[in-house]
Design a protein around this ligand. Sequence first.
Ligand code: AOS
Ligand code: ZN
Ligand code: ZN
Length: 386
Amino acid sequence: MTEPAAVKAALKNQAVETPSWAYGNSGTRFKVFAQAGVPRTPQEKLEDAAKVHEFTGAAPTVALHIPWDKVDDYAALAEFAQDHGVKLGTVNSNTFQDDDYKLGSVCHPDAAVRRKALDHLFECVDIMDATGSRDLKLWFADGTNYPGQDDVRERQDRLAEALAAVYERLGDDQRLLLEYKFFEPAFYTTDVPDWGTAYAHCLKLGPRAQVVVDTGHHAPGTNIEFIVATLLREGRLGAFDFNSRFYADDDLMVGAADPFQLFRIMYEVIRGGGLTSDVAFMLDQCHNIEAKIPAIIRSVMNVQEATAKALLVDREALAVAQRSGDVLEANAVLMDAYNTDVRPLLAEVREELGLDGDPIAAYRRSGWAERITAERVGGQQAGWGA
Ligand code: AOS
Ligand code: ZN
Ligand code: ZN
């Protein structure tokens, strides 16, 4: 059993990175329900992210998305972030919203389009140099919609060529994080569809190429914790994009759909020695109908609760039961931890950090929602990440 003091220490060190785009208006292809008070600029997104960190104490960095967070001076943006108590984190590329990318970006059959996409990725690396970011997260919407549309193998060759060029461009302290997704927006093939494809490309690139596990990017029923355990064992788990899904890539609050799965994932992270800064624990969510800042606070709390439960697993007792083939006892040991109410423990951790034990209640009392609703008149245009 992990000692309570050690559990608290681990929880005090845990950091969850929030995504800038989660603070803005978002929706589905059917409708974006704009909300009052949402950020109109990257700076206002950082102000909101700072509130999440202020009340949780566990969200010190903010992932950027280019071009949604494009500014003239990224060093100044990094300074703005630090003035508000947070830091700029992972840089996310976007090779999926330009008209030229209809048939793909780095996998496109036209070399000129591939060059345009690669130039964007190089721009993202330049931005990392300015912001001091360690990680470049690459998710490619590339794929095909019909059999015969393009050559699957040639698309992998094009992808490998682009990844190698970006990897070559990275500094010694920077990493390339390759994210997979089993479908969407392409319907027949996706060029980085699963962890195996991402892993194979990372192996060819080198040790600073790692895989991103987005918890919404698997076919229903996939055992995600097995993927996590395997990637950790191979030293290739670079990051999570945490969210929840009921059907597809729903980008709901992490832990809201299946808190038991989140617990099992966090158990394998801890079992595999992954609860370190070597693994970026990012959220990748879109809060379409719920108030954004409290929803992101809730997500951070859900990650903390799953982590606390996983830390409470009596690993000695579990190992004994596993080695003796005592199926019921082994399962009972795991379920005992999962069924523990860790909210009082987490409230203690927050209070020991000088925070309110209930971050949501503290946020509600802060008046921030009322203030931004009153001040941010003429909000951002509707649209994902705009
Ligand atoms: C898209 O489905 C992926 O989850 C991406 O990680 C992310 O949502 C997008 O790149 C926004 O940054
Ligand atoms: Zn993602
Ligand atoms: Zn996604």
